[in-house]
Design a protein. Structure first.
Lengths: 198, 198
DNA sequence: CGCGGACGTGAACCGTGGTTAACCTGACGA
DNA sequence: TCGTCAGGTTAACCACGGTTCACGTCCGCG
């Protein structure tokens, strides 16, 4: 409580605004129990306020979930496009970049990974459609790279392979985390690379 | 209504009792929307009865979920032990057997796979503990085989690798299923083998 | 026959939880 | 100093959904 939240515009990592605190706490709780099992009172308590205080910052519980999932999808898509731009025209380098990016994201944000693929169905249809559109674009970037690396494969085949790689990399939240981060990072990267070129 | 997928719950596939019909319909609905989002009325409607009729067959909604998850865990564990017994003492053959078994199960029962790792948290603590015990024994069989194949690896490392392989193989429900079953089977098997020996 | 048990139904009960309402406070800026 | 506004609080409202109840029906079996 010592530091002033002063301007609430920036997402300062050291002193996040109350709104950001709520989103982060909600993400953690949603990941642990599922969005339907978490009450607004729980979310409020996690940041030291009562339940209804949430409504000063969000239109409702579903709006929180929608913003959460939209942000995740946007960050992933933007990250992938940045990676592809940086990697030049070499498909092998692009694949390595995408894998490294996804591994980093999954290790840094296990809760978001969990929520993203568990609670998409809890969104209103309009929001769900928009999230799926972003996810689809993200997947298609992977599909393009995989197709460039294996000209004989169909698009559907590449898509299945991409989903399998996501499953592999996103297994992090289930792995208990008894391994140090660099070791885990190396393991997942190696396995994903081996699986991708199988 | 013949030859339904996710038949692992059936005691009698030809003429499933009403009780089995309910379990199967519930599994499908739980996988689609999450157990908290599907009502007893929905489950009843899926088998042509009203909601309260469920209570002639189950103590309640949570009892249905508990039985569902217990059966899945038991079936997986029994299958793994059968595979290991059949494969003899060759770790490579054992790994191939485990992978083939998990791939088959995931392709045959996508709904059960989804429910198992999404709705475990919705169980009462006593039931959850029992399911986790079974799951742990299943995982440990994989860990043992992986450890035998790579003597330099720690147990924690082998466990992380096992979870990554599960994530890869269990990606099936997310892959839309636009690929024929034998093609998908071959793809997942090849990727899992490559990732396991990375 | 007629009785009992298996199986269903519609109506009612009621706890849970999202949302709203009414009110309070402390920090400014004019 | 006062008005305003951001941000909280408690109490109340209300819909939803799991569960129970009282009752009906269809059989198989003595």
């Amino acid at each position: 409580m010592t530091a002033e939240p002063d301007s609430a515009l920036h997402a300062d990592a050291a002193h996040p605004s109350r709104r950001e605190q709520i989103l982060q706490a909600a993400a953690r709780l949603f990941a642990e129990r599922g969005s339907r099992s978490v009450g607004v009172d729980d979310i409020g308590a996690a940041v030291g306020v009562t339940g209804p205080a949430i409504y000063r910052h969000f239109a409702g519980k579903d709006a929180m979930l929608a913003e959460m999932l939209l942000r995740i999808s946007e960050r992933l898509l933007a990250g992938a496009e940045q990676v592809l731009a940086d990697a030049g025209d070499d498909p092998a380098a692009q694949l390595a970049g995408l894998i490294a990016f996804q591994v980093d994201f999954a290790l840094d944000n296990p809760a978001l990974i969990t929520v993203q693929d568990r609670d998409l169905g809890a969104l209103a249809e309009a929001d769900a459609r928009q999230v799926r559109r972003l996810q689809r674009r993200y997947v298609e970037h992977w599909v393009g790279v995989l197709a460039a690396l294996s000209p004989g494969s169909s698009t559907a085949d590449c898509r299945a392979r991409a989903h399998a790689l996501f499953g592999l990399i996103n297994s992090t939240p289930h792995s208990g985390g008894r391994l140090s981060r660099p070791v885990m990072q190396a393991r997942l990267t190696a396995m994903a690379l081996a699986a991708a070129t199988a």
